[in-house]
Design a protein around this ligand. Sequence first.
Ligand code: FAD
Length: 393
Amino acid sequence: MTTTPTTAPQFSLTDDQRDVQAMVREFAAARITPNAAEWDRNHTFDRALYAELAELGLMGICVPTELGGAGMDFLSYVLAVEELSRADAGVGVTIAVHTSASTLPIVHWGTEAQQQAWVPKLASGEWIGSFALTESGAGSDAGSMLTRADEQADGGFRITGRKQWITNGAYAGSFITFARSEPGTTDASGVSAFLVAGDSAGLSVGRVEEKLGLNSSNTVDMVYDDVSVGADLLLGTRGKGFRIAMQTLDGGRITIAAQALGIAQAAFDLASSYAKERTTFGKPIGSHQGIAFKLAEMSVEIEAARALTYRAAALKMAGQPHTVEGAQAKLFASGVARRVTGEAIQVLGGYGYSKEFPAERYYRDAKITEIYEGTSEIQKLVIARRLLGLDVR
Ligand SMILES: Cc1cc2nc3c(=O)[nH]c(=O)nc-3n(C[C@H](O)[C@H](O)[C@H](O)COP(=O)(O)OP(=O)(O)OC[C@H]3O[C@@H](n4cnc5c(N)ncnc54)[C@H](O)[C@@H]3O)c2cc1C
């Protein structure tokens, strides 16, 4: 196996990027962190929060200003997801799915009419966006989906099927929906992407998922019962929708890496401050080599994950290939989040296992980053196939 030399531009954060980072950090500390434990306990999706994030320009942070967005760059958006996730990973994923998976595909593949009709509503926060790819029998192998889009005499389609694990589903104004439009196909080659409005007749929430963590985010099954979509709501080329899904995930994975990074950073911050205060055997536990080494290793892992994540974002901004780099960032950062949150519990001892401190929430929230937008096993396949020249997508 060969490795690709990185062509990532050298970068350090610009003043604008630092300003966004500071603004989101300040907002999150005031408005999100104090509520995160309660939202987790009560499984609260705070719809009002997203109106406030919209006022800060964060519902369309990297959407062009002509389409109602804030016109910031992709790394600014990554920094925002990192900071939000540091306060509450559920809020982080809500924004990540809304932006990367629901708004940017319309910016990239939408017709001008689609962009004008859909993007400003998403970028202003009037609508929250969803991405409906997965089904109960089609997750990693999403191309085997059963949801059908039957063509009608007028050129439109009627969508029938059930999508599973749909983030934001119960609150969404729009769904990028993937369905099989080409009869006789059973794989990714027969899939198209459609824009489906949240208030479409025949579209409903089937089941609200009970999850291990990420409780302030909304995850549901969506039922499509003969949902009518006009021909003008086909996104991109008919039968080429799977490519849109995969390229969307290329960018989305960078933001899931940022989410993992935010969770890991929060766990590290908690563990290191606790290690300075908690004393055993007459000295702070951070002075015991066993704990000091843990903290040192956690910090190195976090910085390595950060470098991979920002590198992937920089490549995307520069218009360079970033499939491998995004997958590398997500694979590594999600593992870091799992390991660092586990070690944070260890540093806090019994208190780490209690709800008195957020370490246990960080641990529960971290696990999902190894699963969605492609599991860690799938990231390894993506990386290896590209490096071996076996994937020509
Ligand atoms: C909280 C949450 C939110 C989500 N949000 C969304 C969303 O908004 N929109 C959406 O469309 N989907 C969403 N998903 C779905 C998510 O992307 C899938 O769960 C994920 O891709 C894995 O699919 P699966 O659950 O069907 O697992 P499976 O595909 O059944 O995989 C099971 C196991 O087998 C492994 N495996 C599968 N194939 C291979 C292979 N070829 N080689 C090696 N190992 C393999 C996997 O890595 C995994 O360990 C969400 C999921 C969750 C839990």
